[in-house]
Design a protein around this ligand. Structure first.
Ligand code: ASP
Length: 439
């Protein structure tokens, strides 16, 4: 078994967490490639090292502030080094960083040092080879991740390396300038490494025991999802479920490598397994429920709309010309609704309305704001009758008015629109009917 293991910031926040991580790695010989994040929060109102680095870089022009902030960062690493009784000094690294900060090396460079330094410590502690991500993860001139070049470089580099630490979150342009992924991007690095070495499994270690069926801020102590497919996960992540960076799926999908979300503080928990496909049925008809507030519906009405060829295209073109992406387009015979993010729409509202008048000469345009969308996702829905009926019965019992329904042809999800104010109650009602009453 060849495994790539990625550890998130909270799993590496201090020496004690490092020790747990090493124990986990040593417990399984297959855990050969390690991708660390930067040290995260040690307690709830602590600051992540990545945030300290961004802040420190802001002070690059002020020598005294730079000195002070850099010292606080160095202290975080020193604590870890001493706590692990390592004979390692990062002094030279910090001198280089100070010079680079003063020379305006860029905020990406600054932020990347969090993972870089943690990688050096991790490699020393495990006695694994350290491989700087700048050498092996490549971005193109437009700042886009270059998947194929990276895969070629990385697989060649790791071919003869039995065990290595590759820091997460960053890579470099061809000329060596550092570039980071978006926040939480160490998850992506883990996937990239797993693809390059044809891993059997990518373990993503964090501080929760996997994906929960729904948001624990809404439903108390929700169940954990045992197995989820990449496609289901895409749907849920898009609608707000976090834990894994949404872009971390792509490198692995190409290879069909499963991901196991695991908890560093409870390694005995099975966690959630993310797979390309599975014949395992989910425990409950649905796999998960996610949602977001802050949408707006633009309802366009026009008599005889159904016989006007090109109506839909002309409507959507107005949104395109205004740079607004649409989420859903439920329609009736003489009505066409476009659902968009409210904040995105608000800035362009009047320009969209006048554009629509010009493009399709509607009878009326009616706006409904403050909507929430809820995605009920599950590969099990295809085989089951009555899933939609149960959802709507639950919502009706909870006296929630459904504003919109959209079921994709894949039958993987049902999207429901409700008022923002009804959002939490709606999620709870759907959770209860499927999970609590196990119907
Ligand atoms: N350290 C980076 C962040 O805080 C990347 C990561 O942790 O994945 O966003």
């Amino acid at each position: 078994m060849k495994k790539v293991v990625k550890f998130g910031g909270s799993s590496l926040a201090n020496a004690e967490q490092f020790r747990k991580v090493a124990e986990i790695i040593h417990a399984d010989k297959g855990r050969r490639y390690v991708v660390p994040s930067a040290p995260g929060k040690r307690f709830s109102d602590d600051t992540k090292v990545t945030d300290m680095l961004y802040d420190c870089y802001q002070s690059a022009g002020d020598e005294k502030a730079l000195e002070q902030k850099m010292e606080a960062i160095a202290q975080r690493y020193q604590e870890i080094i001493e706590g692990l009784c390592l004979e390692l000094s990062l002094e030279d690294e910090f001198s280089k960083m100070k010079e680079a900060f003063a020379a305006q090396a860029g905020s990406d460079y600054a932020a990347s040092r969090g993972e870089y330094l943690n990688g050096i410590i991790m490699a020393a502690y495990l006695e694994y080879e350290f491989i700087d991500a700048a050498e092996v993860i490549r971005f193109d001139e437009d700042g886009e991740f270059d998947a194929e070049t990276t895969n070629a470089i990385l697989s060649r580099r790791l071919e003869t390396v039995e065990r290595a630490v590759v820091p997460g979150f960053y890579g470099a342009y061809e000329d060596g300038r550092i570039k980071t992924f978006s926040r939480g991007g160490s998850d992506i690095t883990g996937s990239i490494v797993a693809r390059a070495v044809h891993a059997d499994l990518y373990e993503n270690w964090t501080d929760v025991s996997g994906f929960l069926v729904t948001d624990p801020h809404i439903v108390e102590d929700p169940e954990t999802i045992e197995t989820i497919t990449y496609r289901e996960l895409r749907e849920l992540s898009y609608m707000g479920a976090t834990v894994l960076h949404a872009d971390a799926i792509f490198p692995l999908r190409k290879e069909g490598i499963p991901i196991n979300i695991k908890n560093t503080n409870r390694p005995q928990d099975a966690g959630t397994l993310i797979v390309e496909n599975t014949c395992r049925q989910p425990k409950y008809t649905i796999t998960g429920i996610a949602g977001k507030k802050g949408f707006c519906a633009i309802n366009i009405e026009k008599d005889m709309m159904n016989s006007e060829i090109g109506f839909g295209r002309r409507v959507l073109q107005v949104f395109e010309e205004n740079g607004i992406s649409f989420e859903h387009t439920p329609s009736g015979i003489d009505t066409f609704t476009v659902i968009v993010h409210q904040t995105e729409f608000m800035e362009k509202e009047q320009s969209v309305i006048s554009g629509l008048h010009r493009a399709v000469e509607p009878d009326t345009i009616d706006l409904e704001s403050d909507l929430a969308l809820i995605a009920v996702v599950g590969r099990g829905m295809r085989q089951m009758r009555g899933t939609a009926a149960r959802i709507f019965a639950a919502l009706s019992h909870a006296h929630i008015n459904v504003k919109m329904i959209d079921q994709g042809s894949s039958e993987l999800n049902i999207i429901i629109g409700v008022k923002n104010d009804d959002f939490e109650r709606a999620v709870q009602a759907i959770y209860d009917i499927f999970v609590l009453t196990h119907l």
